[in-house]
Ligand binder design. Structure first.
Ligand code: HEC
Ligand code: HEC
Length: 424
């Protein structure tokens, strides 16, 4: 719908009046019309094959393009009627605020900051041009159904935010990284050695921590977006042509964590979630913290040989004079039948947002010296191999044992328990 000929409105009447003075007076360059600004600055954003600056934080669900329609006037009405533009103070427009979320043109991500500056200037120039156009401002409301907005509901947009994905990464992947240390940790002597031999690809646990590791992983080939369960990040630790050997068995806690996270990321990146009901259930379990605290069973009975064994560690509560209700740590691994030995590091658990969780998040997770109880489960029937989501329970319970521990860090300072002490 064309309502007017903007070029005529601007120049013609004025020139007619001042006629002969025109040559001696500075002629102001004609202000471009909203439609011209839109064509020149907004359409390229709309048509660009590249993602907008929003993708720095939104892995899916929302993009600046979602707010643009092919037509200038309808885009204006769409944004105006959703309260996304402020015609009195264009800088305060909600659409500009969304672009500024990354910290404006000075945000920490340099590449993205440039992109953001271009988007911001484009929208500001266009909104200002619109604000100066009374006819455009007077256009009728645009039908709700025609307004441009993200196709995904707000729950999906929230779920696909990078800070949320990072939170889940920390709980599901980062917590188990000690199984991969230090072979894969950038900047360690062991990783330096492997890097010389296998190249930079072995340094996928980044020295800058979980956020940097997440950035690397989601852009890498280690996650298969189409067949997430086939991701190298799962297949390698399952022992497939892996120099590091067998680090997971299907269904163990680390496998569960990695797979849960990988499947979620694949679904987010593949834009598979369309409604709130498609989202995975919220993680209501405890927070998990990887450690270099080690526990071992000596003298494992033959019945345990080469079977998957899981332990839950409970602490003695001196005030209540009882064992804690929930485990403070877990660990799981296959028993070495030949060596009659089981040993592994502990992952500590703390209720979400509890004082202990906060302390462990800020500092180094540790357990105090004292009295502890182990509850031991053996997957003799291969339950987890049949269903990776299954949990070991009463059917797999083989007994309990009390022990004292100093919990010193490191493989060389393991807490040892005689397996003969494990009784029902
Ligand atoms: C630096 C990170 C970052 C960037 C860049 C970013 N966002 Fe956001 N966005 C967030 C965060 C964090 C929230 C939640 C904040 C809140 O609830 O106040 C959010 C919330 C939103 C919401 C509201 C959803 C809800 O929870 O109600 C929308 C819509 C949105 N962003 C769109 C965009 C668009 C469009 C862009 C790009 C023009 C963008 N964002 C760029 C971090 C970002
Ligand atoms: C003892 C050292 C060691 C441990 C522990 C180890 N790895 Fe590895 N891993 C390697 C080496 C060396 C390579 C490179 C050669 C190869 O591909 O097998 C590798 C390769 C990989 C690769 C392929 C990287 C790429 O980009 O090609 C992945 C993924 C991987 N490991 C995951 C894991 C995970 C997950 C863990 C922990 C649960 C783990 N590894 C534990 C030594 C180790």
């Amino acid at each position: 719908m064309t309502r007017r000929m903007p070029a005529v409105r601007r120049a013609a009447p004025w020139i007619a009046v001042v006629g002969c003075f025109a040559a001696s007076m500075p002629v102001r360059a004609a202000e471009p019309t909203p439609a011209e600004v839109f064509e020149k600055r907004i359409v390229p954003i709309f048509k660009s094959p590249n993602p907008s600056s929003c993708t720095q934080c939104h892995l899916a669900g929302v993009d600046l393009k979602d707010y643009i329609l092919p037509d200038a006037e309808r885009t204006f009405r769409s944004l105006r009627d959703q309260g996304l533009i402020d015609l009195a103070v264009p800088e305060k427009s909600k659409i500009v605020t969304l672009i500024d979320m990354g910290g404006g043109a000075k945000g920490p991500n340099a590449v993205n900051a440039k992109l953001r500056a271009v988007e911001r200037e484009a929208f500001l120039a266009w909104i200002k041009a619109c604000a100066a156009d009374p006819t455009l401002k007077a256009t009728p409301k645009l039908d709700e159904a025609e307004r441009a907005k993200p196709a995904r509901p707000v729950e999906v947009i929230r779920h696909a935010r990078k800070d949320r994905v990072l939170e889940s990464f920390e709980a599901n992947v980062w917590a188990w990284r000690f199984r991969c240390m230090n072979c894969h940790t950038e900047g360690t002597p062991q990783n330096d050695k492997y890097r010389k031999e296998y190249g930079d690809r072995v340094a996928w646990v980044k020295k800058d921590g979980p956020a940097a590791t997440l950035e690397y992983l989601i852009a890498s080939k280690l996650i298969d977006p189409v067949k997430p369960e086939q991701s190298l990040l799962l297949r390698k630790p399952l022992g497939e042509k892996h120099e590091g050997g067998l680090k997971f068995v299907v269904g163990d806690d680390a496998y569960k964590g990695f797979r849960t996270w990988i499947e979620d990321v694949a679904a987010i990146r593949g834009n598979k979630y369309t409604a709130a009901k498609d989202l995975p259930p919220a993680d209501t379990g405890p927070e998990r913290f990887g450690t270099d605290l080690w526990l071992k069973f000596t003298n494992c009975p033959p019945a345990w040989g080469d079977k998957f064994l899981q332990v839950c560690v409970f602490a003695w509560d001196d005030k209540k004079k009882a064992w804690g209700d929930t485990p403070v740590a877990v660990s799981d691994r296959v028993v070495s039948g030949k060596g009659k030995l089981w040993q592994h590091n502990l992952t500590l658990l703390a209720a979400k947002d509890s004082d202990r969780a906060k302390a462990w998040r800020g500092g180094k997770p540790s357990l105090p010296e004292g009295k502890y109880l182990l509850r031991v489960y053996l997957d003799a029937g291969g339950k987890l191999a049949k269903d990776w989501k299954a949990a070991l329970g009463d059917d797999e319970f083989v007994g309990r044992a009390e022990f004292t521990a100093k919990w010193r860090d490191g493989y060389g300072a393991m807490t040892a328990v005689d397996a003969a002490k494990v009784r029902k």
